[in-house]
Ligand binder design. Structure first.
Ligand code: KDG
Length: 308
């Protein structure tokens, strides 16, 4: 059985190697895939639910997940649709994404993807705003997955991951509001929430989330200012780690996967968030979303050096 099963879209990553030059290094990305690989590297037993093309990239993803110990028995292949792709360019204002994903295999997923029964065998189901934004059938699949998780007693984890290139803000707000009510763990970023609510105050944002009916634990991510854990009774700030980031792609996904992995290993929310902060910081020290995802030993060493 599994600690975490994630559901969403993996994307091939083409990452610019030098600012301003037309050279790209191929890697792997896709928020929920990154999260589940991060969790597996922290020792969690993981599975992934998606649909990839019957192309070379789909095959590479299956190899990647297998090599990371992520179960792929629920992954479907599509003969007629491609695996999604994005380019990352690094400039003075950080990174910029260009996507080639419309009509991708993952966007063609339907609730039949869930018949593998993996959700029923997992402690957590992890989904994101992107999982729901890529298409209406993917959105239906996420809602069906949440229903299955509730019925089976699995907990639901939701990362806001707002991508306004994928859906209009009004739809994003309506769907995310509905989904956050179903989540046992909601992981919004302050940036995403600012787009949805129009305010930039963390306390008021947490009030908006609670007033909207979220009943689970909420971890609001404030970037450089760390995060706030709201367990429904108290709000606890946790400081971020300062690092000289090279490439922040996938840091939030690493945070989510590491947090879930540590919860499955019995950490308190505060310990798990502190651990996830360290893991996410380490994940920004190399290029690409997956390559620099740290392992337990590195994260523990980092936490130890901070405590000294
Ligand atoms: O969080 C990193 C992701 O943004 C990246 O891997 C691509 O999933 C992705 C997306 O849709 O933006």
């Amino acid at each position: 059985d599994f600690d975490i099963v994630a559901l969403g879209e993996p994307l091939v990553e083409m990452n610019q190697t030098h600012k301003g030059q037309l050279q790209y290094l191929q890697g792997f990305g896709g928020d929920t895939s990154n999260a589940v690989i991060a969790a597996a590297r922290q020792g969690a037993r993981c599975a992934y639910l998606t649909r990839v093309g019957n192309d070379a990239f789909g095959a590479q993803f299956l190899d990647l997940w297998a090599s990371e110990g992520v179960d792929t028995s629920g992954v479907q292949r599509d003969d007629d649709a491609h695996t999604g792709l994005y380019f990352v360019q690094h400039g003075p204002d950080g990174h910029a994404f260009s996507y080639l994903r419309r009509g991708s295999a993952a966007s063609l997923m339907t609730p039949a993807l869930l018949d593998s029964g993996l959700i029923e065998r997992s402690q957590f189901l992890h989904v994101s705003g992107i999982s729901m934004a890529i298409s209406t059938s993917a959105c239906d699949t996420v809602f069906a997955a949440i229903e299955r998780a509730h019925a089976a007693g699995a907990q639901v984890s939701l990362d806001s991951n707002l991508r306004l290139r994928l859906w209009p803000v009004d739809r994003a707000r309506a769907i995310l509001r509905e989904t956050m009510r179903e989540a046992d763990l909601f992981l919004p970023s302050m940036d995403d929430m600012q787009h949805l609510t129009g305010n930039d105050d963390p306390e008021r944002t947490l009030d908006w989330i609670r007033d909207g009916g979220a009943a689970g634990v909420v971890v609001l991510k404030l970037g450089k200012d760390g995060s706030i854990i709201d367990d429904g009774k108290t709000r606890t700030p946790v400081a971020a780690l300062r690092v000289d980031a090279v490439d922040a792609t996938g840091a939030g996904d690493c945070f989510a996967g590491s947090l879930l992995a540590r919860r499955c290993q019995g950490d308190s929310w505060e310990d798990a968030v502190r651990y996830a902060n360290a893991a996410a910081a380490l994940s920004t020290l190399g290029y690409g979303a997956v390559d620099p995802l740290p392992r337990t030993e590195q994260v523990l060493a980092r936490l130890k050096s901070l405590a000294e």
